[in-house]
Design a protein around this ligand. Structure first.
Ligand SMILES: Nc1ncnc2c1ncn2[C@@H]1O[C@H](COP(=O)(O)OP(=O)(O)OP(=O)(O)O)[C@@H](O)[C@H]1O
Ligand SMILES: [Mg+2]
Length: 220
Protein backbone atom coordinates (compact mmCIF):
# COMPACT_ATOMS: atom_id res chain seq x y z
CA UNK A 1 0.00 0.00 0.00
CA UNK A 2 2.70 2.39 1.04
CA UNK A 3 4.50 1.87 -2.28
CA UNK A 4 1.34 2.50 -4.31
CA UNK A 5 0.65 5.75 -2.51
CA UNK A 6 4.14 6.92 -3.12
CA UNK A 7 3.79 5.99 -6.77
CA UNK A 8 0.58 8.03 -7.13
CA UNK A 9 2.19 10.98 -5.40
CA UNK A 10 5.18 10.81 -7.71
CA UNK A 11 2.97 10.70 -10.79
CA UNK A 12 1.04 13.77 -9.65
CA UNK A 13 4.15 15.80 -9.00
CA UNK A 14 5.45 14.80 -12.43
CA UNK A 15 2.27 16.17 -14.03
CA UNK A 16 2.16 19.56 -12.37
CA UNK A 17 1.96 21.34 -15.74
CA UNK A 18 -1.60 22.80 -15.68
CA UNK A 19 -2.24 21.97 -19.34
CA UNK A 20 -1.26 18.35 -18.79
CA UNK A 21 -3.43 18.15 -15.70
CA UNK A 22 -6.46 19.66 -17.49
CA UNK A 23 -6.01 17.33 -20.44
CA UNK A 24 -5.74 14.24 -18.26
CA UNK A 25 -8.98 15.18 -16.50
CA UNK A 26 -10.89 16.12 -19.66
CA UNK A 27 -9.89 13.32 -21.96
CA UNK A 28 -7.61 10.38 -22.57
CA UNK A 29 -6.19 11.95 -25.68
CA UNK A 30 -3.07 10.21 -26.98
CA UNK A 31 -0.11 11.79 -28.72
CA UNK A 32 1.52 9.06 -30.80
CA UNK A 33 4.84 9.57 -32.54
CA UNK A 34 5.79 7.67 -35.70
CA UNK A 35 9.50 7.89 -36.29
CA UNK A 36 12.22 6.02 -38.18
CA UNK A 37 14.87 6.51 -40.84
CA UNK A 38 13.74 8.28 -44.03
CA UNK A 39 11.94 5.83 -46.32
CA UNK A 40 10.84 3.27 -43.71
CA UNK A 41 7.17 4.10 -44.32
CA UNK A 42 6.26 6.66 -41.65
CA UNK A 43 3.94 8.68 -43.86
CA UNK A 44 2.19 5.68 -45.44
CA UNK A 45 1.67 4.05 -42.04
CA UNK A 46 0.68 7.18 -40.12
CA UNK A 47 -1.91 8.17 -42.77
CA UNK A 48 -3.69 4.83 -42.55
CA UNK A 49 -3.31 4.62 -38.77
CA UNK A 50 -4.79 8.12 -38.35
CA UNK A 51 -7.81 7.20 -40.46
CA UNK A 52 -8.30 3.93 -38.51
CA UNK A 53 -8.14 5.47 -35.04
CA UNK A 54 -9.76 8.80 -36.01
CA UNK A 55 -6.68 10.86 -35.15
CA UNK A 56 -5.38 14.12 -36.54
CA UNK A 57 -2.02 13.60 -38.28
CA UNK A 58 0.81 16.10 -38.33
CA UNK A 59 3.52 15.55 -40.93
CA UNK A 60 6.52 17.50 -39.60
CA UNK A 61 8.11 17.94 -43.04
CA UNK A 62 4.87 19.40 -44.43
CA UNK A 63 4.30 21.61 -41.38
CA UNK A 64 7.83 23.03 -41.50
CA UNK A 65 7.57 23.75 -45.21
CA UNK A 66 4.05 25.19 -45.09
CA UNK A 67 4.75 27.51 -42.18
CA UNK A 68 8.37 28.33 -43.07
CA UNK A 69 9.78 27.05 -39.78
CA UNK A 70 13.36 26.64 -40.94
CA UNK A 71 16.60 27.92 -39.49
CA UNK A 72 18.85 27.49 -42.52
CA UNK A 73 20.01 25.13 -45.24
CA UNK A 74 22.22 22.08 -44.97
CA UNK A 75 24.42 22.77 -47.99
CA UNK A 76 26.13 19.36 -47.90
CA UNK A 77 22.85 17.44 -47.97
CA UNK A 78 20.84 20.02 -49.94
CA UNK A 79 18.03 20.09 -47.39
CA UNK A 80 16.34 22.67 -45.17
CA UNK A 81 17.04 22.61 -41.43
CA UNK A 82 13.92 22.73 -39.26
CA UNK A 83 13.77 25.22 -36.41
CA UNK A 84 12.94 22.75 -33.64
CA UNK A 85 11.97 25.40 -31.10
CA UNK A 86 9.39 26.92 -33.45
CA UNK A 87 8.08 23.48 -34.42
CA UNK A 88 7.83 22.50 -30.77
CA UNK A 89 5.89 25.68 -29.93
CA UNK A 90 3.52 25.12 -32.87
CA UNK A 91 2.83 21.54 -31.77
CA UNK A 92 2.06 22.69 -28.22
CA UNK A 93 -0.43 25.18 -29.72
CA UNK A 94 -2.11 22.45 -31.77
CA UNK A 95 -2.28 20.22 -28.69
CA UNK A 96 -3.99 22.97 -26.68
CA UNK A 97 -6.72 23.41 -29.26
CA UNK A 98 -7.27 19.77 -30.19
CA UNK A 99 -8.63 17.27 -27.67
CA UNK A 100 -8.55 14.11 -29.81
CA UNK A 101 -5.67 11.73 -30.61
CA UNK A 102 -2.74 13.23 -32.51
CA UNK A 103 -0.26 11.30 -34.63
CA UNK A 104 3.04 13.02 -35.37
CA UNK A 105 5.00 11.76 -38.38
CA UNK A 106 8.69 12.61 -38.67
CA UNK A 107 12.14 11.27 -38.01
CA UNK A 108 12.80 14.00 -35.43
CA UNK A 109 9.37 13.84 -33.75
CA UNK A 110 10.98 12.94 -30.40
CA UNK A 111 12.96 16.21 -30.51
CA UNK A 112 9.91 18.46 -30.82
CA UNK A 113 7.37 16.88 -28.45
CA UNK A 114 7.84 16.83 -24.70
CA UNK A 115 8.24 13.25 -23.40
CA UNK A 116 5.52 13.70 -20.79
CA UNK A 117 2.98 14.50 -23.55
CA UNK A 118 3.85 11.34 -25.48
CA UNK A 119 1.63 8.26 -25.18
CA UNK A 120 3.82 5.96 -27.32
CA UNK A 121 6.56 6.25 -29.93
CA UNK A 122 6.52 3.77 -32.80
CA UNK A 123 9.94 3.36 -34.38
CA UNK A 124 9.48 1.77 -37.79
CA UNK A 125 12.37 -0.42 -38.92
CA UNK A 126 13.14 -1.83 -42.33
CA UNK A 127 15.96 -4.17 -43.27
CA UNK A 128 18.81 -2.41 -45.11
CA UNK A 129 18.28 -4.27 -48.40
CA UNK A 130 14.63 -3.19 -48.65
CA UNK A 131 15.41 0.31 -47.39
CA UNK A 132 18.18 0.72 -49.99
CA UNK A 133 15.73 -0.09 -52.78
CA UNK A 134 13.17 2.39 -51.40
CA UNK A 135 15.73 5.17 -50.99
CA UNK A 136 17.13 4.61 -54.47
CA UNK A 137 13.59 4.74 -55.86
CA UNK A 138 13.22 8.07 -54.05
CA UNK A 139 16.32 9.29 -55.90
CA UNK A 140 18.77 9.13 -52.99
CA UNK A 141 22.38 8.61 -54.10
CA UNK A 142 25.91 8.96 -52.70
CA UNK A 143 26.35 10.36 -49.21
CA UNK A 144 22.62 10.90 -48.65
CA UNK A 145 21.89 7.24 -49.43
CA UNK A 146 24.71 5.73 -47.36
CA UNK A 147 24.21 8.04 -44.37
CA UNK A 148 20.58 7.02 -44.09
CA UNK A 149 21.34 3.31 -44.46
CA UNK A 150 24.04 3.65 -41.81
CA UNK A 151 21.57 5.41 -39.49
CA UNK A 152 19.12 2.52 -39.88
CA UNK A 153 21.83 -0.11 -39.28
CA UNK A 154 23.11 1.73 -36.19
CA UNK A 155 19.59 2.16 -34.69
CA UNK A 156 19.92 5.95 -34.58
CA UNK A 157 16.17 6.74 -34.45
CA UNK A 158 15.59 4.01 -31.88
CA UNK A 159 18.29 5.37 -29.56
CA UNK A 160 17.01 8.93 -30.01
CA UNK A 161 13.50 7.80 -29.07
CA UNK A 162 14.65 5.87 -26.00
CA UNK A 163 16.85 8.75 -24.87
CA UNK A 164 14.05 11.29 -25.27
CA UNK A 165 11.01 9.33 -24.03
CA UNK A 166 12.31 6.36 -22.04
CA UNK A 167 12.31 2.72 -23.16
CA UNK A 168 8.84 2.03 -21.69
CA UNK A 169 7.18 4.33 -24.27
CA UNK A 170 9.13 3.10 -27.30
CA UNK A 171 7.76 0.34 -29.55
CA UNK A 172 9.82 -1.00 -32.43
CA UNK A 173 7.90 -2.34 -35.43
CA UNK A 174 9.69 -4.33 -38.14
CA UNK A 175 8.09 -3.37 -41.46
CA UNK A 176 10.33 -5.62 -43.60
CA UNK A 177 8.32 -7.69 -46.04
CA UNK A 178 5.02 -6.38 -44.65
CA UNK A 179 2.33 -4.35 -46.34
CA UNK A 180 1.34 -0.96 -44.96
CA UNK A 181 -1.95 -2.54 -43.80
CA UNK A 182 -0.11 -5.21 -41.79
CA UNK A 183 2.19 -2.66 -40.19
CA UNK A 184 -0.85 -0.58 -39.19
CA UNK A 185 -2.51 -3.70 -37.72
CA UNK A 186 0.68 -4.27 -35.67
CA UNK A 187 0.56 -0.72 -34.29
CA UNK A 188 -3.19 -0.95 -33.53
CA UNK A 189 -2.59 -4.21 -31.63
CA UNK A 190 -0.05 -2.44 -29.43
CA UNK A 191 -2.35 0.57 -28.93
CA UNK A 192 -5.19 -1.76 -27.92
CA UNK A 193 -2.92 -3.66 -25.52
CA UNK A 194 -3.21 -6.93 -27.48
CA UNK A 195 0.52 -6.96 -28.23
CA UNK A 196 3.36 -5.74 -26.03
CA UNK A 197 5.25 -2.57 -26.85
CA UNK A 198 8.80 -3.86 -27.30
CA UNK A 199 12.27 -2.85 -28.37
CA UNK A 200 15.21 -5.01 -29.37
CA UNK A 201 13.54 -6.65 -32.37
CA UNK A 202 15.76 -5.36 -35.18
CA UNK A 203 19.47 -6.17 -35.28
CA UNK A 204 20.62 -5.22 -38.76
CA UNK A 205 24.20 -4.83 -37.57
CA UNK A 206 24.32 -8.41 -36.26
CA UNK A 207 22.55 -9.73 -39.35
CA UNK A 208 24.93 -8.04 -41.82
CA UNK A 209 27.98 -8.98 -39.76
CA UNK A 210 26.88 -12.63 -39.67
CA UNK A 211 26.40 -12.54 -43.44
CA UNK A 212 29.79 -10.84 -43.98
CA UNK A 213 28.07 -7.89 -45.72
CA UNK A 214 28.54 -5.04 -43.22
CA UNK A 215 31.25 -3.33 -45.31
CA UNK A 216 28.83 -3.21 -48.26
CA UNK A 217 26.64 -0.83 -46.25
CA UNK A 218 28.87 1.25 -43.95
CA UNK A 219 30.23 3.52 -46.66
CA UNK A 220 29.56 7.08 -45.51
N1 LIG B 1 5.16 -1.50 -45.52
C1 LIG B 1 5.50 -1.11 -46.72
N2 LIG B 1 5.70 -2.02 -47.68
C2 LIG B 1 6.06 -1.68 -48.90
N3 LIG B 1 6.28 -0.41 -49.31
C3 LIG B 1 6.09 0.55 -48.40
C4 LIG B 1 5.69 0.26 -47.08
N4 LIG B 1 5.59 1.43 -46.41
C5 LIG B 1 5.92 2.39 -47.29
N5 LIG B 1 6.21 1.87 -48.48
C6 LIG B 1 6.65 2.59 -49.68
O1 LIG B 1 7.96 3.09 -49.37
C7 LIG B 1 8.11 4.41 -49.85
C8 LIG B 1 8.46 5.33 -48.69
O2 LIG B 1 7.35 5.39 -47.82
P1 LIG B 1 7.03 6.70 -47.00
O3 LIG B 1 7.08 7.92 -47.86
O4 LIG B 1 5.76 6.43 -46.26
O5 LIG B 1 8.27 6.73 -46.01
P2 LIG B 1 8.66 7.85 -44.95
O6 LIG B 1 9.27 7.13 -43.80
O7 LIG B 1 7.52 8.74 -44.66
O8 LIG B 1 9.82 8.66 -45.73
P3 LIG B 1 10.33 10.15 -45.44
O9 LIG B 1 11.10 10.11 -44.15
O10 LIG B 1 11.24 10.42 -46.60
O11 LIG B 1 9.15 11.05 -45.39
C9 LIG B 1 6.80 4.76 -50.56
O12 LIG B 1 6.98 4.53 -51.93
C10 LIG B 1 5.79 3.80 -49.98
O13 LIG B 1 4.78 3.50 -50.91
MG1 LIG C 1 7.27 10.85 -44.88
Amino acid sequence: MQTNRLHIFERKSYDLDPWNFLRSVRSFRRVILITGTPGVGKTSVSRLLASKVGAVRIDLAELVQREGMTSGTDKVRGSLIADNEKVSRRIREIMKTHDGDIIIDGHYAVDVVSARDVHLVFVLRRNPDELKKTLEAKGFTGRKLWENLEAEILDVCLWDAVKACGAEKVCEIDTSGKTVETVVEDTVSVLEGKEKCRTGIADWLGKLEAEGRLDDFLKS
